[in-house]
Structure formats: C-alpha cells, structure tokens
Design a protein around this ligand. Structure first.
Ligand SMILES: NC(=O)c1ccc[n+]([C@@H]2O[C@H](COP(=O)([O-])OP(=O)(O)OC[C@H]3O[C@@H](n4cnc5c(N)ncnc54)[C@H](O)[C@@H]3O)[C@@H](O)[C@H]2O)c1
Length: 285
C-alpha cells in the first residue's frame, strides 16, 4: 500500500504543523478537530503559516495555493474514511485518545495505519483499543514539526514489521524527515535522555552550585549546544518539563527523573518560561 492520503486529528501546535508538512509533501490531507469552530481555527493556522513562508520567499504562491487546495477540514471523524494513514495529535489525555482510536479504527479501511504523536501514552494501550494492533504505531514529531527534521517511530509490542517499514518509508521519502526507531517506553529516546539532563541543571541551580548564566554558558560553550539547559526549559515550558519528568518517574522510579522542588514551585507560581514571559529568564519586554 502506498501512503498518500493523510488524516490528522487535532489542529493545535503539533497537528497543524504535521498537516502542513503533509500538504507541502503533496499529500491530500484531512484535518479533524473537536468542533467546526476549532476546525476553522486550524485551517486559518495552516493558511497563515503557509503565507508566512510566501512572505519570506521560502514558498511560491502557487505551491501555497496547491497545498491549501489539498486541505480538507472537518469536525467528523468519519471524514478520514479514505485515508491511508491517520496521525492523531489531539490533547495529551489517555481517555480522549482511547476513544478517538476506537472511533477512527471503526471509520478506516482495513489496510490503513493509525499513528499517534503522543509524547507519553504507551502506544500499546492505543493499539489495543483497535481491531488492528499490528497497524498502530507511534510517530513522534518534534516542535515545530515544520522545522525539526527528526521523527521517532515507536514500535509497540504488536506493531508489525510491515507497518514499521511502511511508516519509515513515508516519513523519510514522502515527508523528507530523519527517523529513529524508539522503544514503547516513557520518553522514547529523546525525552528519556533530555529530561534527566534538564532536571540536573535545575537541581544544580536550585542547590546553588552554579549561577543560571554559568550553567547555560557552560553547555553552550563547552558542548556546542545551541541553548543552555535553563534556556531550553523556558522554551519547552516548565509545565511540560515537569509533566514529562513525572511520566518518566512513574515508569522508571529513578531519582534522576524526580522533578526538583524549584521546578515544582515555579510551575505552581505560573512561571512557565517564554509562554508566560517569565521562567528562569524574564521575557517581559
Ligand atoms: N507541543 C509539543 O511540543 C509536542 C511535541 C511532541 C508531541 N506532542 C504531542 O502532540 C499531541 C498534541 O499536542 P499539542 O501541543 O499540539 O496540543 P494542543 O493543545 O496545541 O492541540 C491539541 C488539539 O487537539 C484538539 N482536540 C481535542 N480533542 C479532540 C478530539 N476529540 N478530536 C479532534 N481534535 C481534538 C484540540 O481542540 C486542540 O486543537 C499531544 O499528544 C502531545 O503530547 C506535543
């Protein structure tokens, strides 16, 4: 089966980006949102993003128009009926995703593949909510999906070799992404390495071992990281860092995954980083 018609569930930060990547690769793409208003907001978000590329001369007007002409938006799950692949990127809530997987499975053709962009929910749980557990896989894009080259392909215990090969071919050849195969374990590969590192930096700062600026300058200058760990926490959002840390701790019960007291207090105070203009750094003005 050649994967060409794509469904994307959710048009938030990730879903809109994934849909744009799919459209720019020439795939007819159906985006399904929770209601008609959210579907329209999703369409506007994708159109505005394409227009920004046109304004910066990174995309021709013709290509932007062609991409938009290939976009269908809907509030009905049944609209994905003819898709070869559906990528679920709805809110990170297991109950909502389980219900969605059951519903999408019932609407899709027998050969279609069902993927989730979840950051933390076990893919096996989603697979077992369907009648096609061999055709369910994790497809974890990074934010922003339009820019970050990597996609983690997550194999559940039930995912078949055929599904893994088809999804890898689609991600690399059609979407021009770089792929790595990740285990169906909390954090997959990237977050399992990244989050304990970020937590160590917060702990080091909280314990007064080094200043904020020296910690960040150390990793930029000493390890050629484009950003120091505390700057990166602010970019990701401290609430997200804590949420992923909590998921890792729940799975591995390892001390390196414990959210440090300072991080917990900053999240409680609503100092979440760039999105609230205040985190380890001040972004107000
Ligand atoms: N934000 C990130 O950096 C990031 C990175 C990688 C993976 N993820 C994962 O991607 C997924 C989406 O995250 P996000 O940041 O885009 O969230 P978001 O809150 O920006 O968007 C979620 C969207 O899902 C929609 N939605 C909710 N219920 C729905 C339903 N029943 N049907 C259709 N749409 C529905 C919401 O209206 C919303 O627009 C999550 O599973 C998250 O863990 C996020």
């Amino acid at each position: 089966m050649k994967i060409s018609r794509i469904g994307v569930i959710g048009a938030g930060t990730m879903g809109a980006g994934i849909a744009e990547v799919s459209l720019r690769a020439g795939c007819p793409t159906v985006v399904v949102e929770a209601d008609d208003n959210a579907a329209q907001v999703g369409r506007d978000r994708i159109a505005e993003s394409l227009q920004r590329l046109v304004d910066r001369s990174k995309l021709s007007t013709n290509d932007a128009d062609a991409a938009l002409a290939n976009l269908e938006t809907s509030s009905q799950i049944e609209s994905v009926a003819n898709c070869d692949l559906v990528i679920e990127a709805a809110v990170e809530d297991e109950a909502i995703k389980l219900e969605l997987f059951e519903h999408i499975d019932a609407s899709l053709g027998a050969d279609a593949i069902l993927a989730s962009n979840t950051s933390s929910i076990p893919i096996i749980n989603l697979a077992m909510a369907t009648r096609r557990p061999d055709k369910v896989v994790g497809l974890h894009f990074f934010n922003p999906a339009t820019v970050q080259p990597l996609v983690e392909i997550v194999r559940a215990l039930t995912t078949s070799d055929e599904t893994m090969a088809q999804i890898d071919e689609f991600a690399t050849t059609t979407l021009s992404k770089t792929t790595i195969e990740a285990p169906d374990r909390a954090g997959f590969i990237v977050n399992r390495l990244l989050i304990p590192y970020l937590l160590s930096a917060v702990r080091m700062f909280d314990d007064g071992v080094a200043t904020r600026d020296d910690i960040d300058a150390g990793m930029r200058g000493g390890c050629a990281h484009p950003m120091g760990p505390l700057e990166l926490c602010d970019l990701i959002g401290l609430d997200i860092v804590k949420a992923v840390a909590d998921v890792l701790f729940e799975e591995f019960a390892s001390a390196e995954c414990i959210s440090p007291p300072l991080l917990n207090r900053m999240v409680a105070a609503g100092r979440l980083g760039r999105k609230t203009e205040c985190g380890f750094y001040d972004y107000n003005g």
